[in-house]
Design a protein around this ligand. Sequence first.
Ligand code: LMR
Length: 339
Amino acid sequence: MAAVSSRIRVILLGFGLAALAGCGGSEPGAAASSGEPYVIKFPHVVAPATPKGQMAQRFKDLAEQRFPGRVRVEVYPSAQLMEDAESIEALAFGEVQMIAASVSVYDRLTQKFQLFDLPFLFPDLAAVERFQASPAGRELLTALVDNGILGLQFWHNGMKQFTGPRPLIKPEDARGLKFRVMASDILQAEIEAIGGSPQKMAFGEVFQALQTGTVDAQENTWSNIYSSKFYEVQPYMTESNHGYIGYYLAVNAAFWKSLPDDLRAGLEATAAEVTQWGNSRSEEINQEDKQRIIDSGRSELTVLTPQQLEAWQAAMRPVWDEFRDRIGADLVDAALAAR
Ligand code: LMR
């Protein structure tokens, strides 16, 4: 975490120096007057073959095809440009123009998105989608405008599963294990509730941390477990579907407002189309990746029975009481109504 914080400080310092020197870089409207294309830098942390990786690439392809010479979308996958925490800072400051960080990592800016981290809140992606399409869900798209961030869409990855060094069948099996979690207080509380020791960590550091034993276990979607090869260093997996990983497709609000109206409207329509395309395929991608992991023979899968699942739900339930008011009881009720 220290490394992440210092990288963020470097970014902030960079912005300060750029402002002092009067060379802000992505000055609104600059591209239009010089005839150069608008450049949308779009960093993300997962592999190109994942649901998010495919959606980001499709957005680029369609946007550049529909607006030749007017927009260039530079997609940087696999944390090659920056990790999630830095990308949120960079987006707010206009250093990058578009991101799709996990909803879980926004808790320094808003507690509302933590809704998505409540364990066992949503039984499946269809329930998540019903909530996101509801008035309460749509309102979340503008929850960060005061931070200079505008949400365009929600993108799905999938439901989370556990991986670890031993079979995780009962919640007690998690006792004493160090679990990597995303930078979310709820996820921290969730792991504490099952007796594990949570370690917040950037995605790009997880494989090595699992390999070297810095952490013992982790939770993620099949597509992330497969594409980032976690299954190669985690001998056991549990299909628990205990939480959701999805993304807030967001843009720098000032940059977005500076675009010509027709371009902005066209890009928003493209983002909506890509969302529909990608969200309807994300479950299939996850199931294919689950099968690829099984076929590899590298990691043994436990599928929990309904009774076993109930024990996990009961163990994690206190997290709801702890966070309900912080998230907003109305929001939790709206999500429950969508189940
Ligand atoms: C994680 O950090 O585990 C995920 O949010 C990464 C991602 O973007 O799916």
